[in-house]
Write a protein that binds this ligand. Structure first.
Ligand code: HEM
Ligand code: HEM
Length: 196
């Protein structure tokens, strides 16, 4: 068994603060009230910190460690169908796509929310609809995100949610953990090597 340090405290704090902030605004705060706006700004601030951390943070926090890769996503889906077990140390390719989707959606929610507080866009229907649309899209994505975490936790026998709390992944044999490399070619080579 390998006990690997994966997520630094910034990533973990960011994640659970984002969960709390999003849930607060989606369920508890009153839309249009000041609390809703301040929680919304806090979420936007978290995203800003994460974007910077994605450039200067620790290894698996960097965007370079989990680039959007179509090849990687196809390989992972094939693994899911065929039952081949490839544990990624950092984010998996499908996880990476979901993360970029969630980050972009949070930005869209923040911008369309802020616009409703400005004189020019206050009460403008399409801005209200855009805010609502992006919140709905985030909710659908989150359901998929959590479902994927559960499915992958069972398939790979690595408790992914626990890793997002403790920062460590416990990876059991027989497979050597792999990383989601920047180049699709290197990624494929690594996958092929690890399957032999
Ligand atoms: C995590 C981020 C956010 C979430 C989950 C969220 C969620 C929501 C929801 C569910 C609504 C009601 C939509 C409807 O059914 O009409 C709403 C409305 C609204 N939100 Fe947000 N929001 C977020 C961020 C923001 C931000 C950053 C601002 C502004 C700074 C903002 C300002 C507003 C305003 C002004 C409304 C319209 C209220 C009204 O109709 O009187 N929101 N938001
Ligand atoms: C509001 C709900 C949620 C949002 C917006 C959200 C968003 C995100 C984001 C942005 C990341 C990327 C983290 C980073 O690299 O900085 C992430 C990763 C992750 N989230 Fe969530 N998340 C939510 C709920 C949850 C829940 C409830 C769980 C636990 C079941 C969870 C488990 C994870 C795990 C395990 C990862 C790492 C995935 C991997 O191993 O590649 N998330 N989430």
């Amino acid at each position: 068994m390998q006990h690997l340090k994966v997520w630094d405290p910034v990533v973990r704090l960011f994640h659970w603060a984002l969960v709390a902030g999003f849930l607060a605004n989606a369920v508890f705060t009153k839309p249009g009230k000041l609390t809703h706006q301040w929680v919304g700004y806090a979420v936007a601030g978290l995203i800003a910190v994460r974007l910077i951390w994605g450039l200067v943070g620790t290894r698996h926090a960097r965007f370079a460690d989990f680039p959007p890769s179509v090849t990687g996503a196809i390989v992972q889906m094939r693994d899911m169908v065929t039952g081949r077990r490839h544990v990624h140390v950092g984010h998996s390719p499908l996880g990476a796509w979901m993360i970029y989707n969630l980050l972009l959606t949070m930005i869209a929610i923040s911008i369309s929310g802020y616009m409703q507080t400005t004189v020019s866009f206050f009460g403008v229907k399409w801005v209200e609809s855009a805010h609502e649309f992006f919140v709905n899209w985030a909710e659908i994505s989150i359901v998929l995100h959590v479902a994927a975490v559960i499915v992958e936790t069972r398939r790979l026998r690595v408790n992914l949610a626990k890793a997002m709390i403790t920062g460590y992944k416990d990876i059991t044999a027989p497979q050597e953990p792999i990383t989601c490399n920047p180049s699709a070619k290197t990624y494929l080579q690594e996958v092929l090597r690890s399957s032999h």
